[in-house]
Write a protein that binds this ligand. Structure first.
Ligand code: EPU
Length: 341
């Protein structure tokens, strides 16, 4: 029987380390237990929210409802050929343990996504990405519970509607609960080294194996990004904005060199980190909250910051980028529970 905990601290369930609580909390271990938790909440008119390891969200206040943390933890091979393998991985598996498992078997596809905090169930929601790859490139299909019909659905890659840190799971307002993800991995893959200084750092590794590529990515991340177990954070707080070429040209006119990626002839992506730095917020700290000195897109809880303090700091950064560049930054982090997210 599924246990529903009352007045549960969520301090260890969010990587910002915000000390808040939910009225109710449950850790279902099967699809049936997830259904039970949902029905339990619906019968009592409680709000509910399904979370993984809480590595991409900010709780701004105590949660007056049921937090559901799926704990389905199996990995199984569902098909295999001489060149490929299909792996069915349940939502509760830790993402980096999954990457480590793939790399140790010499299966290609996950290695550039090493050390991203969070669970496998969150990977398709966010379409997690780093160092030139995104989860959508290796996802075959997603098994999800449709909360409207209470039926389990298999959504093909196409039906997941993946975008930049976006998917049907993120957009459909809690309609789907991810139960598991099937990944297609390569046995004789190629290394993806196009992003930033990855190629250069990798070339220094003695053997240049798949495990070496994982180690290179881990080293780059450790150098640049704060370890959430030491400094509470949720990775990039905002997305990199895509702006019209005219706006980009006017910024370039003002600043000379501006890092950017051409999306098409009209649209240009500018790193939010650069905008935040130029707006004067790199390494800035207000009491317990600040931006990380080597990557200002990451907002850090330096002490016992509350969710509202972190939120208010992020809004100052956002307003400042708007005032300086006329660019609205969109949050990558999900706010709970503010509806304008
Ligand atoms: N930059 C600055 N100042 C800085 C740091 C960076 O101007 O202090 C500029 C530089 O021009 C740099 C550019 O920003 O080349 C990009 O920086 P970085 O390579 O660190 O990547 P990012 O665009 O800031 C994205 C993802 C990260 C992912 C990295 C690496 C988003 C919102 N973030 O960051 O993902 O790890 O690329 O692939 O797309 C996350 O989603 O939580 C996350 C950490």
């Amino acid at each position: 029987m599924l246990k529903i905990h009352k007045n549960h601290s969520l301090k260890n369930n969010n990587t910002f380390g915000v000390d808040i609580a939910s009225a109710y909390f449950a850790e279902p271990q099967s699809a049936d237990e997830i259904k039970f938790a949902l029905e339990y909440a619906q019968e009592r008119n409680w709000n509910y929210y399904v979370t993984g390891e809480g590595s991409n969200l900010l709780y701004v206040s105590d949660y007056d409802g049921l937090i559901i943390r799926p704990r389905l933890n199996n990995i199984a091979i569902s098909d295999e050929s001489a060149s490929e393998i299909l792996l069915n991985v349940q939502a509760g598996v830790n993402w980096d343990q999954f990457v480590s498992y793939c790399v140790s078997n010499n299966w290609y596809g996950t290695e550039n996504l090493s050390l991203i905090p969070g669970s496998v169930g969150a990977a398709p929601v966010q379409n997690i990405g780093a160092y030139g790859t995104e989860a959508k490139e290796i996802i075959e299909f997603v098994e999800a519970l449709d909360t409207r019909t209470m039926k389990i659905e298999l959504l093909s890659n196409n039906n997941c509607q993946f975008g930049y840190r976006d998917s049907i799971f993120k957009r459909s307002n809690d309609r789907y609960i991810v139960l598991g993800v099937t990944f297609r991995l390569q046995k004789n893959g190629t290394f993806r080294l196009d992003y930033g200084n990855l190629k250069e750092e990798f070339s220094r590794m003695p053997d240049q194996t798949l495990a070496d590529l994982r180690e290179t990515v881990i080293n780059i991340r450790r150098k640049k990004l704060p370890d959430p177990s030491l400094y509470g954070n949720a990775g990039s707080f905002f997305k990199n904005p895509v702006v019209h070429r005219n706006l980009f040209e006017s910024i370039r006119h003002r600043y000379g060199k501006v890092p950017h990626y051409e999306m098409n002839s009209a649209k240009i992506k500018i790193p939010a980190a650069w905008l935040i730095e130029k707006a004067g917020w790199k390494g800035k700290r207000h009491s317990n909250v600040g931006t990380w000195p080597t990557q200002p897109l990451v907002i850090v809880n330096y002490g016992n910051a509350s969710g509202i303090e972190i939120y208010e700091f992020s809004e100052m950064v956002r307003q400042s980028v708007l005032d300086t560049f006329n660019i609205h930054l969109l949050r990558e982090v999900t706010l709970i529970d503010i509806s304008e997210n």
